[in-house]
Design a protein around this ligand. Structure first.
Ligand SMILES: [Zn+2]
Length: 306
């Protein structure tokens, strides 16, 4: 829609609204209109408002979003350059993830903390408070259709959802209240004990839902707390496993077979360090003419046995 049409429509709306305001007779006419006619006017008004909002966006810039989009496109170009066809080949036609993972949406919690190459490997579900109740279908898809042998709930220190759920959130919108209602923790305690309690609640609910898979040994349900603040004194950035199939005793968990192999300090296998955000490709290495990719290969991982 060009500027002229927009102005014309604005004029039409202005005149219409003016007439409605000053003339009771016209208002009666409006009420006598057929539904189809009213709908037509409603659509015109909607379109004018949409166009007006769009023109404001263009003019006022949304500068912050522009530079973020530019960073994202640059990061993606770098990713494409360093990941050739061989990287994508193992999961081109189908996915066989090893774990269904539910984390909080918090921007400080990401898969690179637990998997150097999560592509094709982790079936990710994210929501505020790393919950089962608000993402049941997605979780069920991971367990029942993708048959992941591990279902992992990851809470984290300094969780805003836990803080909100432990306080009075009655003034939040209905949509946010719905997501907080399912976090069952005591009021007034936004700390580690509530964060752990929420993770344990999720494990319990999942074990109940997937009882058959757990009993038959096809599924392990695990709960963990990702601690980027070192509040648990186990090291900054540690994924602390606090629940395995309902077992929460730290000594018993530590003695489990899966915990025996101490993590070695191996170099990350696949994902490269991201390039500096503002780095621009040189003329010879533009998007259209990329430098030959130093290809990353998708590392071999043990396929789930089921
Ligand atoms: Zn959180």
């Amino acid at each position: 829609m060009n500027q002229f049409v927009r102005l014309a429509l604005l004029g039409v709306v202005f005149v219409l609204s003016g007439l409605v305001a000053v003339s009771p007779a016209f208002a009666v006419d409006m009420s006598a209109m057929s539904d189809a006619e009213k709908e037509k006017i409603r659509l015109i008004v909607k379109e004018v408002i949409r166009e007006y909002a769009a023109s404001l966006n263009e003019k006022q810039g949304h500068g912050a979003a522009n530079s973020i989009v530019s960073d994202i496109r640059q990061a993606n170009a770098n990713f494409m350059r360093s990941h050739g066809p061989a990287y994508f080949k193992p999961f081109l036609d189908s996915q066989h993830p090893r774990a269904t993972v539910i984390t909080c949406s918090d921007s400080r919690v990401h898969t690179h903390a637990l998997d150097a190459s999560p592509d094709g490997d982790l079936f990710m579900v994210r929501n505020i408070g790393n919950q089962m109740a608000t993402a049941e279908g997605s979780i069920e898809y991971g367990v029942h259709h993708l048959h992941t042998p591990l279902l992992l709930f990851i809470g984290h220190t300094a969780c805003g959802a836990i803080k909100a759920a432990s306080s009075d959130y009655s003034k939040e919108s209905a949509a946010i209240r719905r997501e907080l209602d399912t976090i069952q923790i005591p009021k007034g305690d936004p700390g580690l004990s509530s964060i752990k309690l929420n993770v344990n609640n999720q494990v319990r609910q999942a074990m109940s839902k997937f009882e058959n898979e757990v009993i038959s040994g096809h599924l392990t349900v695990m709960g963990a707390v990702y601690d980027f603040r070192n509040e648990m004194k186990q090291g900054q950035g540690r994924l602390n496993i606090i629940n395995v199939n309902g077992e929460t005793d730290a000594t018993k968990i530590a003695a489990m077979e899966m915990m025996k192999e101490a993590p070695a300090h191996k170099p990350a296998r696949a994902m490269p360090r991201p390039a500096p955000k503002k780095a621009q490709p040189t003329e010879a290495e533009s998007e259209e003419n990329p430098a030959p990719a130093k290809e990353h290969q998708k590392p071999e991982k043990q396929a789930p046995s089921h």
